[in-house]
Design a protein around this ligand. Structure first.
Ligand code: DHB
Ligand code: FE
Length: 287
């Protein structure tokens, strides 16, 4: 059976890709953020995932405002990146796992999630930046992904509760997958940021800390925040936290935080990296 080893959540600011291309990881501006990945690299080397299910939001590369699925699941052999205009090099393709994708798609539809299935899917910086952070030098040849896109761009957006449930459905489906696979879950984007309008540059450290604390063992508490509340508290693009909620939902066991790095700002964003481990529920004694 497949095993869910844990989750990694991280910011996906495009300028991180530029810093990597220019080898600026150790510059004073960048080091407080990049150093947070030493732990992630050691964790990945120890945990050896085969597949990553990646919750992210597309920013206009694969989906545009003319057609915007609320939830879309990739079922491709390979996921390509293209130039999005951020001035960062196009990244190397990432392998897919169509068998696992179709298993998840079947389970989601059976669970009444009306998703969009994508046998071709370009992945943007919200996938490629976290991949490049986790596997430096784009050394992800041994890893396959199932990308799951959540609409955080065109309102109305799915609620925090709905994204938590989406993750839970995927978590149950992974645990029922008959292959011996080590699966990690990734959630990208956030934390607080607003890129445009009167509040451009808005960051809310207190709310970010609250979200990072609650998501570990009380994610339901966060479902009382409506999308409107989230925009108010975290900024118009801080709603990318929906990807973190889905990631957390996909960890069905006993969850512990083993790593956190929080740094303000990277570009206009409160940059956060968190590693959560998923442990099988401790066995209860028979009564
Ligand atoms: C920035 C943050 C994002 O999440 C994004 O998708 C694009 C830009 C930024 O802070 O620059
Ligand atoms: Fe973004």
């Amino acid at each position: 059976m497949a095993t869910i080893i844990g989750g990694v959540a991280t910011t996906h600011v495009p300028s991180i890709g530029k810093a990597i291309a220019e080898n600026k990881q150790r510059d004073p501006y960048w080091w407080p953020f990049f150093r947070g990945f030493d732990y992630v690299h050691a964790w990945l080397a120890q945990e050896k995932p085969d597949v990553a299910v990646v919750f992210y939001n597309d920013h206009g590369l694969n989906f545009f405002l003319d057609k915007m699925p609320t939830f879309a699941v990739g079922a491709a052999n390979e996921y390509r990146n293209e130039d999005e205009g951020w001035g960062i090099p196009v990244s190397r393709s990432i392998a897919g796992d169509p068998a696992l994708s179709w298993h998840l798609i079947n389970a989601l539809v059976a669970d009444e999630f009306d998703i969009t299935m994508c046998q071709e899917m370009l992945v943007d910086h919200a996938v490629t930046i976290p991949m490049a952070l986790m596997w430096p030098g784009q050394s992800w040849q041994g890893i396959r992904i199932v990308p799951v896109a959540i609409n955080t761009v065109q309102h109305p957006l799915p609620s925090m509760a709905r994204c938590l449930k989406l993750g839970r459905s995927i978590g149950r489906a992974i645990e029922a997958y008959p292959q011996e696979l080590r699966v990690m879950i990734v959630g990208t984007g956030g934390l607080s940021h607003q890129l445009d309008g009167k509040r451009a540059g808005f960051i809310n450290k207190e709310f970010d800390q609250f979200c990072m604390n609650k998501i570990v063992s009380e994610p339901e508490t966060l479902t009382r925040y409506s999308i409107h509340d989230l925009v108010e508290e975290a900024g118009a693009q801080g709603v990318e936290f929906l990807n973190w909620m889905a990631m957390r939902g996909a960890l069905p066991g006993h969850v512990i935080e083993v790593h956190r790095n929080y740094h303000i700002p990277i570009s206009n964003t409160a940059a956060a990296t968190v590693v959560l481990e998923n442990h099988a529920e401790p066995k209860r004694k028979a009564a």
